[in-house]
Design a protein around this ligand. Structure first.
Ligand code: NAD
Length: 492
């Protein structure tokens, strides 16, 4: 909230509006229970060595075994029916590995939905499935959504939520059960005109489809409810271009930055942290425009090739169903480097597209780039911001850099309301205009430049002095939100 307060001071935001925005409207914490299947968990080598010899079990074709992260396996009844099984004291051997059987049962998951602000429209924000979520995190991310929807100028407020779990540790069937139970409880808090979730880290269009079904199942006017979640598959009411919209929006900002600074994208070298939805799409689009991806880091590995990684092949590697960690690790077309070496790879652009606080002061000192284009939410600490400013490295802040996702979510929501389907070209034309005009306005506020263009008028937004671009973006957000409170007033 540091930048929020700086911007609020700068524009002398009315005290009551500041109080309204400092804290969320609602913080919901609830618990979701679901049934988990039998699991085989590999024994630690010391535990395995302490056991007497055990005959191997044989399961032809490994039928009924579903691999999970960390060597665990879901054990389905088909495996027992098809195989020759030897179990002693709840332990069985498959090939050379001893596994303990963890019987099926129920588990409880802590879940959250924070609704930050709805001055400009229904609450809007993603659902995150991750083991390191908390109320504090969702409060911060929900507030970011309020600023982002204002900057993108879409008629939404801000929200965020999710479940504390690592989705890679559960079968698809378990994730479906957890997701629909989550929506069963969330249903009374949300709606297509109240609060509209979307995918975030660890969730995707498949999770949105489960949630849509649970929300609308059995309702008489269920097709009217299609807009309750965005980020759906195009075949069930999702928008063309939504899957890659966040990465696409970021690259529209990079194009503008190149235009403003007189640089060409062709030949630009870039590094990407996080190779999921945002990072992989940004890398693919930037490569198509002539950029060269020289290093990629994710949660499980870092790879490097100064002559340029083959991005489509890397995407295929990460999405290979056998790649359980969905990681760049093991990609044959690159050299492995350490996670700390990643930050000092010589390049022009760094795209952090993983989690928050990925770049602290130390990493910022090491970076050898001219631009940090934030795909993730809050990837730079304030210390990193100060270091980059002192080193003259430009930043495209997250609240405009990754706003492409919520902008196309808005297009999806309109299409659902109107029962329309727009072409990819139409979506991208609108997205490009929305991103480039709002980024242009932010740059004008940053440079204290009064300008009237076809798309915007910076009079009424500039502050009488030059300000860092992140502060300029927050000024834009607060001025747009402030207008609602000033013109509509407060209900008593
Ligand atoms: P994702 O789950 O598809 O991918 C996340 C990536 O980050 C994975 O490659 C993962 O391995 C990597 N990662 C996780 N922890 C890491 C670590 N400690 N070090 C290095 N890499 C790590 O998520 P996504 O949808 O691509 O979202 C990425 C970021 O972008 C998040 O901060 C999210 O909030 C933000 N964001 C996403 C969208 C969207 O439309 N998906 C929109 C706006 C903002």
């Amino acid at each position: 909230m540091e930048v929020f307060h700086q911007a609020a001071d700068l524009i002398r935001l009315a005290p009551r509006i500041r109080l309204e925005l400092e804290q969320p409207d609602y913080e919901h914490i609830f618990y979701v229970t679901a049934h988990l299947e039998d699991r085989l968990v590999p024994l630690a080598p010391s535990d395995a060595a302490a056991l007497p010899p055990l005959d191997p079990s044989v399961i032809p074709g490994r039928t009924g075994l579903v691999p999970l992260l960390g060597g665990k396996l879901i054990l389905r009844p088909e495996a027992l029916r098809a195989g020759s099984i030897h179990i002693r004291d709840g332990v069985l051997r498959l090939d050379d590995t001893l596994y303990r059987i963890v019987p099926s049962g129920f588990a409880r998951f802590k879940s959250y939905r924070v609704q930050h602000n709805q001055a400009r429209g229904p609450y809007k924000g993603g659902i995150r499935f991750h083991e390191a979520v908390s109320l504090d995190l969702f409060n911060a991310l929900a507030a970011e959504m309020t600023w982002k929807t204002a900057i993108a100028d879409v008629p939404f407020g801000g929200a965020k939520g999710g479940i504390r779990l690592d989705p890679r540790e559960y079968s698809k069937e378990e994730l479906e059960a957890i997701s629909i139970r989550f929506m069963y409880k969330l249903k009374q808090l949300i709606g297509p005109s109240i609060d509209i979730p979307a995918p975030d880290v660890g969730t995707n269009s498949e999770v949105m489809a489960w949630m849509l079904r649970q929300y609308s199942d059995g309702e008489r006017e269920r097709h009217e409810m299609r807009g309750v979640v965005t980020g759906k598959d195009v075949r069930i009411g999702g928008s063309e271009g939504r899957g890659r919209a966040t990465g696409q929006g970021l690259i529209y900002c990079v194009e503008e930055w190149c235009r403003n600074t007189g640089r060409a994208i062709v030949g630009m070298r870039f590094i990407v942290q996080g190779f999921g939805n945002v990072g992989s799409a940004a890398a693919e689009i930037l490569t198509t425009l002539g950029g060269r991806c020289v290093a990629v880091q994710d949660a499980d590995g870092t790879i490097y090739d100064p002559s340029g990684l083959d991005v489509p092949a890397l995407i295929a590697h990460v999405q290979d169903p056998h790649n359980l960690a969905r990681s760049v690790r093991g990609f044959p077309g690159g050299q492995v480097i350490s996670s700390s070496e990643f930050w000092s790879v010589d390049a022009d652009i760094c795209i952090p597209a993983a989690l928050g606080n990925a770049i602290g002061g130390v990493e910022a000192e090491r970076l050898k780039v001219k631009l940090v284009a934030e795909g993730a939410n809050r990837p730079l600490t304030s210390e990193a911001d100060a270091v980059l400013a002192a080193r003259g490295i430009d930043v495209i802040p997250d609240i405009i850099g990754n706003a492409g996702g919520v902008i196309v979510s808005y297009y999806e929501w309109i299409q659902n309301k109107r029962m329309e389907h727009w072409s990819l070209a139409e979506v991208n034309t609108r997205l490009e205009r929305a991103i480039k005009s709002n980024y242009g306005l932010i740059c004008d506020i940053a440079n204290n430049r009064l300008a009237r263009t076809e798309a915007y008028d910076s009079h009424g937004f500039t502050t009488g002095r030059t300000v860092p671009v992140r502060l300029a973006a927050m000024v834009l957000a607060l001025k747009r939100i402030e207008a609602h409170y000033m013109l509509e007033g407060f209900s008593q």
